[in-house]
Design a protein around this ligand. Sequence first.
Ligand SMILES: [Zn+2]
Length: 246
Amino acid sequence: MKRLEVLGWWFNDDAPTGLPRPQLLLGGMTATARAAVASYLRAGKVLVRYPEPSHCRFACGEPDMGRADLTDGTFVWPDGLVHYIERHDVRAPDRFLAHVTTNCGAIPPFVMPKAAFGLFDTGPWLAWGRAQRACLDLSGWDIPTGEVLARVAADLGPVPYEAILLCRGTTREVVLAIADGALEVRQLRAGGQPPRRLAGFQEWPLAGEATRDESAAQKPPSKPGRGLTMDAFFAELQKKRGLDPS
Ligand SMILES: [Zn+2]
């Protein structure tokens, strides 16, 4: 199966992952390149439609961010990607610019792929985002679901928070969303470190070349039942997008 390279999947404050933050990808494209890319993106063919619309990560108030994934048989992108490029001057990967140029700005004829599990390849997009220093370093952190979520909530007791966003089994730490987009990193251990406050994910350390070896070395062994690993999260996302593994 020929896989489709994902473009324009963004970090989400409510469900943090290693996906790039568009706020860290501003500028770098000429007006001509931007126009060519926007026109190419608009010409994509609908691969999957979703019941829920997307939202702009810049919270600019745009009500219509689309609810479909478009493709040209090589790449796949949400139809809202063009908004980021035109309105917010977010750049696209060079390899995609080269692809648009090679095809003279027009989508070449292609056979629409069948939606299937594993069709979407997030690898190059994530690698590009990290190389651009646009991704957060979330190594070791998992997304709590179900039972884990209930256990963490019980451990937190009367601590005020809006949501439990991440957990790290090795250090028994959790990341809580508190009021006004602020975050609190809290250790669920008697005598643990005092809670740390961050104004938001913009203050979280970035993943990048300099820290990659270090974080790989520190990466704890995966412990089942501690939450959803990032890889599992992406697999879930593919399922949600109608790309059922069965
Ligand atoms: Zn916007």
